[in-house]
Design a protein around this ligand. Sequence first.
Ligand code: NAD
Length: 460
Amino acid sequence: MSIQPAQYPSMMRELRKNFDRGRTRTLGWRRAQLGALARMLRENEKRIGEALAADLAKPEQEVYLGELSLLYSEIRHARRHLRRWTRPRRVHTPLVGQPGRSWVQPEPLGVVLIMGAWNYPVQLVISPLIPALAAGNCAVIKPSEIAAATSALMAELIPRYLDSRAVQVVEGAVEETTELLEQKFDHILYTGGAHVGRIVMRAAAEHLTPVTLELGGKSPCVIDEGADLASAARRLTWGKCLNAGQTCIAPDYVLVTRDQRDALIAAIGAELDDMYGEDRLKSENYARIINRRHFDRLVGYLDDGEVSIGGRYDEASCRIEPTVLTGVDPDSEIMREEIFGPLLPIIEVDNLEEALAFVRQRDKPLAAYLFTRSRVSERQFVELVSTGNLCINDVLMFMSVPELPFGGVGMSGMGQYHGKAGFDRFSHLKAVMKRSRFPEIPIRFPPYTDFKLRWLKRLG
Ligand code: NAD
């Protein structure tokens, strides 16, 4: 049975006790936990696939691509670099500190909380758990109750594979999470919407607990003049339809130059035929919408533009066809809120400058995409668009690079993880200085004299 709210204080005491005993600090323990995590995923790929099919009708290929392969690569990367990451990082000691040595010593934070969202319900709890364990922390995992089958599976598997003196899973919805957030953690990594992000941050403030907020936003996709439309359409269509658009970094809307619009729409139509066939609502390669609330929200958006492609939906199976909308008013609801579904507004612009102005007037997104053949456009886009992550001539693929930190900026979140950035996120980078006892240079000690001051100024 899942841990009940009345047990949270004793769970926290136990975790803290085990952390204080130092068992999570050794390199051996950290390696073993990462190994066990990889084994947990490998030995249960089938059950994970079944849970994700029950929650989202996620196709098997997408389970691997969007959840498991990223986790395997993160675990491999962490195991390979663990020794180097944990080592003291020597820094320069200026003359006034000589003779002496200075270094940065990473140390674990303590007991951290990881709260996941429902759209990639395995990846979003395990991916932060990897650096949390690599950095030597104890962790409480709170999967999203909205992906109920996956949440239950995580609660069953994690205690079977990982050291339960250091890692616990708490299941539950608003009531349980509210109680959980009253506990004192040493860091909270939350993934989800901005509304709950504020709730998490407010609760964390009570204990002055630092937070990482992995939020969402409207990630723009700009098609520059003269872009390779066939390649852009293929990659864009894939990125938008993966998990039926319920991906935090999915291209939310497209800005395309006027003269390329119709060709782009035709190319997207052809890609949809290739990827999902004629009857896309029944395609096995296409996930469903998580629940009725999100389904209704998305169907409501269909009135915000003219349907150029798709537009059909099926209430019983909670599926909505990949849909291209044109004639969308930039101030309409669909352009104010993150879509988080398979609807793609295509908005015409005159040129890249107009597209850049459009993007820059809005909140900073989690991801931004540009399809172009021009180095000048590429440079302009990289310099002028403030976004969590950015990709030229593709979408989503930066996720496959463990050395790229992942996270938002402004309204799309705060703090980054993945790879070393994740290790550092779950570590305190303790500053250490060691002085040699001899020789003593007395210029900093009273009594102060002009001579000493002159020397102090000279040494800087
Ligand atoms: P969600 O409903 O699953 O909520 C996220 C977490 O918050 C869950 O663990 C849930 O139990 C908890 N929660 C919900 N209401 C709460 C409350 N009142 N008090 C305390 N805790 C509460 O997920 P969501 O908010 O629908 O997530 C979708 C959003 O997440 C989108 O905006 C998406 O872009 C974003 N997202 C971001 C990333 C990222 O890595 N940056 C990844 C996935 C999703």
